[in-house]
Design a binder for this molecule. Structure first.
Ligand code: ZN
Length: 258
């Protein structure tokens, strides 16, 4: 069981409208990679979706909690997850990886009382490698998202698995995520008409065309994407970018990394 690498989508929703209406859950992504269980961006509903999952995803089996940035749809449940993972500090456990402004200072999101419950707190820096038990991952350079934001690349027996979190499109993204075998990308908008710092369908298509992963997953859908239909967009991207398979998961869907 521990040998298998997979992603479990606690929530495939993103953006303020989808979050406010809970059109999709906004709990982020649970993963098991190289025997380490973790969660990326535990937004609202992360814990609720974990305990609803079958087989159950137990908070006390998590070792890594990773935040890309401090917007509420990405981090709302982080304190809840840490308290549950450690049973209110009875069992010291897990490492939190997050941008510095989440950990300290006037915009701090992490409750101070939780800090001693964790085995480790790592302040993320651009383009650095991190190791936890069998897990190795690196941060991207800073994304364009109005606050300190990183994406992540994990190194596994299935190759490089990258998470392109919230950002607008800019050319260096291609350097950060090159040679990825899997790409999980936050697709929020159908079309970025203004200066929203999010990827739209064209931006994701451009990235997939340039990066050429074997598999891609779209998630973190905004309202315009949900209206158009994520599976339809996934098959369009598959054809237009020449990707073997683009997944458009539902909430509670597990994708085995192959
Ligand atoms: Zn954001």
């Amino acid at each position: 069981m521990l040998g298998e690498n997979y992603l479990y989508f606690l929530g495939t929703g993103g953006s303020r409208h989808v979050m406010a209406e809970q059109l999709r859950s906004t709990g982020g992504t649970y993963f098991q990679i190289n025997g380490v269980r973790g969660i990326i961006d535990p937004g609202p509903g992360a814990l609720a979706q974990m305990v609803k999952a079958r087989p159950l995803l137990k908070p006390e089996e998590l070792s890594a909690v990773i935040l890309s940035h401090g917007h509420i749809d990405h981090c709302n449940d982080v304190n809840l997850i840490i308290d549950s993972m450690t049973r209110g500090g009875l069992k010291k456990r897990g490492t939190l990886f997050a941008p510095g402004e989440i950990l300290n200072g006037e915009n701090q999101i992490l409750f101070n009382y939780l800090k001693p419950f964790l085995l480790g707190i790592e302040k993320l820096r651009p383009q650095k490698e991190y190791h936890l038990n069998g897990l190795s991952f690196s941060t991207s350079g800073p994304h364009h998202h109005g606050m300190e934001t990183y994406g992540f690349s994990f190194y596994s027996k299935q190759g490089k698995i990258s998470f392109i979190t919230d950002t607008s499109y800019f050319p260096e993204l291609v350097d950060f995520y090159q040679n990825s075998r899997w790409i999980v990308v936050n697709l929020v908008l159908e079309r970025n008409c203004g200066n929203a710092q999010h990827l739209d369908i064209n931006g994701v298509k451009e990235l997939l065309l340039r990066l050429k992963p074997e598999y891609a997953v779209i998630t973190h859908f905004g309202k315009t994407i949900l209206r158009k239909g994520p599976p339809k967009i996934a098959s369009q991207l598959e054809k237009e970018a020449g990707i073997k398979k683009v997944f458009a998961p539902e909430d509670g869907e597990r994708i085995n990394l192959k």
